[in-house]
Design a protein around this ligand. Structure first.
Ligand SMILES: *Cc1c(COP(=O)(O)O)cnc(C)c1O
Length: 398
């Protein structure tokens, strides 16, 4: 029953990305959502104050506690992810750290997979320790280890899928089984998938996290984050958010709302272009390995194609050659920008060894598989053939 409804809802994602959460009639009959650029909201009289404080009547008070433009983004994101509620933050990391902190107290334990976003791992491994919250990092894909890592004081499993940069795919059905057996919560960072490609709540995950900076806003121009889930959990997160203060600015939130209107179009295109490029790279003589979850030789191809609608816009690959030829490849590019991040309209390429892992020794990097000739391509929405031509020019330097 729930599945049928959600399938219908998935089909109308294009419509809901534009309209969900908004009133049809808006301030001054404006078509677009107004930016309510105000830190403070006023009360007409004492009766209105009482209505707000005693009866919880809908009213805004102060920007850190809520803003009408932000409310619309929260309603839209909740709708797209199929959740009861959502909180929007000033960045993905603000969403992740506030969410984690709202669920734990000292003496608790959490489990996280080793393939998670670097700063999420660092937060769990280092900062939570300061509050006597223990963290077990389990190797990605080792469901046995995950099962064994859970103890009496474990609060949740935090995972990510697909992951960066190898695009590993976590089997959501298996995580759910393990979590249910131990009665712990499941949190998933679904940034690389977006609600277009993956709907974790339908697999029973409790909370979904998004760095809206990436595909959802989609223009490489703002930072934003969100958490989605049922009201009882999201209320706790919203309360802590009011103290932590990772509040998104209303203007920035408008940019997010604008980006959201086209996100299904963009992600559909990015899925298609990334697969085309992955196939091009796979057959290129200078390439030794391509990682893309919708390529048949990806180790998680079966799970990926079962639980996702598309493989997303990131393609990771290894070339022949050395660090020197990797630099030559980068230096030959004229269309792809060299830079971190993903999900925007401009194609970006990054070299993890020189950027994200610059502070690691070569030995430590190689232990993680980050070779000198590894690249991560985050495709934009340019013409696929133009991107291929640019990569081909770079590869010819090797
Ligand atoms: C970028 C990213 C984050 C962090 O989000 P910010 O918006 O940069 O704070 C977290 N998780 C994943 C998977 C990301 O790609």
């Amino acid at each position: 029953m729930a599945k049928t409804r959600s399938r219908k809802r998935a089909a109308s994602l294009a419509t809901r990305s534009i309209h969900a959460g908004e009133a049809r009639r808006k301030f001054a009959d404006s078509l677009t959502t107004p930016i309510i650029q105000s830190s403070t909201f006023t009360f007409k009289d004492s009766k209105e104050i009482e209505g707000y404080t005693r009866k919880g009547k809908d009213h805004y008070e102060y920007g850190r506690y809520g803003n009408p433009t932000v409310t619309i983004a929260e309603k839209r994101l909740a709708d797209l992810e199929g959740s009861e509620d959502c909180v929007v933050f000033s960045s993905g990391m603000s969403a992740i750290t506030t969410t984690i902190l709202s669920l734990v107290q000292s003496g608790d334990h959490i489990v996280i997979t080793d393939d998670s976003y670097k700063k999420t791992l660092e937060f769990c491994r280092s900062y939570l320790k300061q509050f006597a919250i223990d963290c077990t990092i389990v190797s990605f894909g080792d469901y046995n280890a995950l099962d064994k890592a859970i103890g009496k004081n474990t609060r949740f499993i935090f995972s990510e899928s697909p992951t960066n940069p190898y695009l590993n795919i976590f089997d959501l059905v298996k995580i759910k089984e393990i979590a249910d057996r131990h009665k712990v919560l499941t949190l998933i960072d679904s940034t690389f998938a977006t609600p277009y490609n993956q709907r974790p709540l339908e697999f029973g995950m409790d909370l979904v996290l998004q760095s809206c900076t990436k595909y959802l806003a989609g223009h490489n121009d703002i930072l934003a984050g969100a958490v989605m889930g049922r009201t009882s959990l999201v209320d706790r997160i919203r309360n802590l958010h009011k103290s932590m203060g990772g509040t998104i600015d209303p203007h920035c939130c408008y940019m997010l709302l604008r980006g959201l209107k086209t996100f299904p179009l963009r992600v559909a295109r990015q899925n298609e272009t990334a697969l085309t490029i992955a196939r091009f790279l796979e057959s290129h003589p200078k390439i030794t390995r391509v990682y893309y979850p919708f390529l048949e030789n990806h180790p998680h191809y079966a799970i990926a194609t079962e639980q996702m609608r598309g493989g997303g816009g990131v393609v990771t690959f290894e070339t022949k050659g050395t660090l020197r030829s990797a630099k030559q490849l980068l230096d030959a590019l004229r269309l792809c920008y060299i830079g971190p991040s993903l999900g925007g309209v401009e194609t970006l390429i990054t070299h993890p060894a020189m950027v994200s892992y610059y502070d690691y020794t070569r030995k430590d990097r190689y232990a993680l598989g980050i070779k000198d000739t590894l690249f991560r391509l985050a495709v934009g929405i340019e013409d696929a053939q133009d991107i291929i031509n640019d990569l081909d020019r770079g590869l010819s330097k090797i």
